[in-house]
Design a protein around this ligand. Structure first.
Ligand code: ASP
Length: 430
């Protein structure tokens, strides 16, 4: 049986058994707590951590190989510009969809204030911890200085040293090396490049091995999430969830279908069929970074995107192109503002859209990476950030869905850029 079918079965088993246990015993039951703590969490986490372990060597080597493979700085600039413009437009569309839906459905006005208060009590401690963390990272730099510090590292090793690596810094460093390799004589750079190419091959191999274990791990990750999940939250936050899921579905099946048909010249059905492993991995890990290895492989093997373009566009996209995240950040901020009774003017909503797009560029591709940005936007528009408590209980489930959208968006960007550079896609029968 092929890997994607096995992952799909794992996904279904995890989903069904988790929901069944939750319905029978409830999310807080001791047996559920024991099983998730001692069995399914550790198995799920080892899978996630092994994937994340390879992300740093993979990103560095894949970007350097990609940039050096493009070979010519002018061509690199053209590809970078196309990818950037595409991502900006498609992120803008996703935020727009989210904001329109939040204004039409008004999920914040439909929520029972008493239930909102209950949620705040239930998740208040967790929320205040996150608000404190966000406050600790607040900076007083000018906007331009913030951009400089966000993009350029002074010490690339510091970017790697943190538990969550600073991917924007790492990528900046890798692109600089890749560009420099194309500028020095090839007899000087050949050995370095072939070593880095070796590192890339080894990283991909590790991922191949880890992915063999994906079906079991995916079942465990989903079991943990579903068994613990308060099913009552689905009802309590029903309108918010409907707004987010409707927005994500419209973007996934409407906007992406149109984009791959018109910009990449491929049939949407075929596109979705060929990338299903990526979507399932993203859905179960809630992490664009942990999914990146699979995204790179599938884009090359199943979609026919040339390696140098895929490496460049997808690696940057995993951190900087997160359409689902942009949509989610916009909807959540509007929802919480509506709930707090703050009426946002058109101008303020534009500001939210702008911040959501910026946020999606800076959001780390890890589970719940969005939360710090949502807190920042809430503070900017004068809404109490502690209100984040209300959505924390459903964040993980929605994270699974938005991450699937995030990585799909990266693949649509890579196919568009590849086609516009004159490459033929989907040559291989899959
Ligand atoms: N989990 C998302 C990702 O990795 C980021 C987020 O929106 O929280 O793409």
């Amino acid at each position: 049986m092929q890997l994607h079918s096995r992952i799909f079965i794992g996904l279904l088993i995890g989903l069904a058994s988790g929901l069944a246990v939750n319905a029978l015993l409830g999310g807080q039951h001791r047996a559920v707590e024991w099983l998730t703590r001692h069995l399914t969490d550790p198995i799920g986490q080892i899978f996630l951590r092994l994937l994340l372990m390879v992300v740093v060597p993979l990103v560095v080597s894949s970007l350097i190989v990609g940039v050096a493979g493009i070979g010519d700085v002018r061509k690199l600039g053209r590809i970078g510009l196309k990818a950037f413009a595409y991502c900006l437009v498609i992120s803008g569309i996703s935020v727009l969809i989210g904001l329109i839906l939040a204004n039409v459905i008004q999920p914040g006005k439909r929520m029972d204030p008493a239930i909102a208060q209950q949620m705040q009590q239930r998740y208040g401690t967790d929320a205040s911890k996150r608000v404190d963390e966000a406050k600790a990272t607040r900076v007083s730099d000018s906007p331009l200085m913030q951009v400089v510090k966000t993009l350029a590292p002074s010490n690339p090793f510091a970017a790697i040293a943190a538990e969550t690596p600073n991917m924007l810094h790492l990528m900046f460093f890798a692109v600089a090396i890749g560009v420099a390799i194309t500028l020095v004589p090839s007899e000087k750079s050949a050995a370095l490049l072939s070593g880095i190419d070796g590192l890339y091959a080894v990283s991909v191999k590790i991922i191949d091995l880890v992915m063999q274990f994906a079906p079991v791990a995916v079942a465990c990750l989903l079991f943990s999430n579903m068994a613990r999940f308060g099913l009552d939250l689905l009802q309590a936050l029903g309108w918010f969830i409907v707004t987010v899921l409707l927005g994500l579905s419209l973007h996934m099946f409407g906007v992406y279908s149109l984009a791959v048909r018109l910009m990449s010249g491929i049939s949407p059905r075929e596109f979705f069929r060929r990338i299903r492993t990526v979507m399932m991995t993203a859905f179960s890990t809630s992490s664009s970074n942990a999914t990146l290895p699979t995204t790179l492989r599938v884009s090359e093997e199943n979609l026919g995107v040339p390696r140098e373009i895929g490496n460049f566009v997808l690696t940057l996209g995993a951190t900087a192109n997160q359409n689902g995240t942009a949509l989610y950040e916009g909807v959540t901020v509007l929802f919480l503002a509506q709930l707090a009774g703050v009426d946002l003017s058109f101008g303020q909503q534009l500001m939210v859209a702008y911040l959501a797009i910026l946020g999606s560029i800076g959001t780390a591709g890890i589970p719940s990476g969005s939360i710090p940005f949502i807190l920042l936007v809430l503070v900017t528009i004068n809404v109490n950030p502690a209100l984040i408590a209300i959505i924390l209980g459903v964040d993980r489930i929605l994270d699974m869905c938005r991450t699937a959208l995030n990585v799909t968006g990266d693949l649509t960007a890579a196919t568009y850029v590849a086609r516009s550079e004159g490459h033929r896609l989907l040559e291989e029968k899959r």
